[in-house]
Design a protein around this ligand. Structure first.
Ligand code: 2AM
Ligand code: CA
Ligand code: CA
Ligand code: CA
Length: 285
């Protein structure tokens, strides 16, 4: 299936309108009462608004584009299915990124929608309804914040960088605590400072506009990064896999940075630090 530039433009224009409407529900939930439930683990929270917003986005996209595929966080969780990517235009939806922030009324949270065509990221929308900031990108056409072009920062040195670390993977396995603490220590000392805002998509948007110089986050899901990765790249930034040669947004271990120089520096630091931690582990046992 080939989609031309005009098609993609129309897809994204429609999705932007849909996202703006979903933003109204988002704001109601942020300010009002919500039902909070745990998914498979007590720390994995979801609200009635995550579900409501995702349903509205899916039904809107389905009725306009019946032959498109959709991968949504809550839909995937409900069906207990592995998300698979085909060559068809596929919308990758995170109805609320930063659910814990949303629950706590901490305003770093957003709706994130990526569009992949022939398995390549082709469009992205990140919308924070609270600040009314909409970040968008179409492949090859730059990145925008509320319609104005954005660019990553010019920082190429780690020691001048403000870096986001999402160490949520700590919760996955306590055996990796020393890895995470090692990284925290190393990045804190090598950089100007660390942030942890609790929304992967917002963090990517901030790298794209130069508010953050870089970020590292592993073990996330496609919907956390699909839109943001394209927005960072289109803003002039670099996205690398933390371990592998090739970046795969379906299995994202993400390093995003203002430029390639900074991204490589962080990749090296993270990997050297992990090696040191593992060597220490061996000498302890
Ligand atoms: P979410 O709010 O959509 O779940 C927080 O560090 C970042 O990690 C958020 O982008 C969050 O997305 C993501 N994340 C993914 N799974 C998570 C989980 N089970 N608990 C907390 N954050 C999670
Ligand atoms: Ca979630
Ligand atoms: Ca998410
Ligand atoms: Ca979510």
């Amino acid at each position: 299936i080939m989609s031309n530039e005009i098609d993609i433009r129309n897809y994204i224009e429609f999705a932007k309108e849909l996202t703006l409407k979903a933003g109204e529900i988002f704001k109601c939930g942020f300010e009002g009462q919500k039902i909070v439930e745990a998914k498979e683990h007590e720390w994995d929270l979801v609200t009635d608004y995550d579900k409501k917003i995702e349903k509205q986005l899916i039904s809107g996209l389905k009725s306009k584009f019946p032959d498109h595929e959709i991968i949504g966080e809550e839909d995937t969780a409900e069906g207990k299915k592995e998300p698979v990517l085909t060559d068809k235009p596929t919308w990758i939806i995170d109805p609320i990124d930063g659910t814990l922030n949303f629950i706590n009324s901490f305003p770093e949270t957003c709706i994130s929608i990526g569009l992949a065509i022939c398995k390549e990221l082709s469009g992205g929308i990140i919308y924070n309804p609270l600040s009314d900031e909409m970040y968008t990108a179409i492949k090859g056409q730059g990145a925008f914040l509320n319609g104005k072009p954005i660019h990553t920062s010019c920082v190429t040195e780690l020691k001048k960088a403000l870096i986001e670390l999402e160490f949520f993977s700590l919760r996955f396995s306590s055996k990796n605590r020393d890895i995470i603490l090692g990284r925290l220590d190393a990045v804190l000392h090598a950089s100007r400072g660390i942030r942890h805002i609790g929304s992967a998509a917002m963090a990517l948007a901030y790298v794209a506009k130069g508010a953050l110089d870089s970020l590292h986050m592993d073990h996330l899901q496609p919907w956390d990064v699909a839109a943001g990765v394209l927005i960072v790249r289109e803003a002039g930034g670099a996205v690398l896999d933390a371990k592998e040669e090739r970046y795969d947004f379906m299995k994202p271990n993400t390093i995003a940075a203002a430029n390639c120089t900074l991204a490589m520096e962080i990749k090296e630091l993270i990997n050297n630090t992990d090696l040191k931690t593992m060597r220490k582990r061996l000498t302890r046992t």
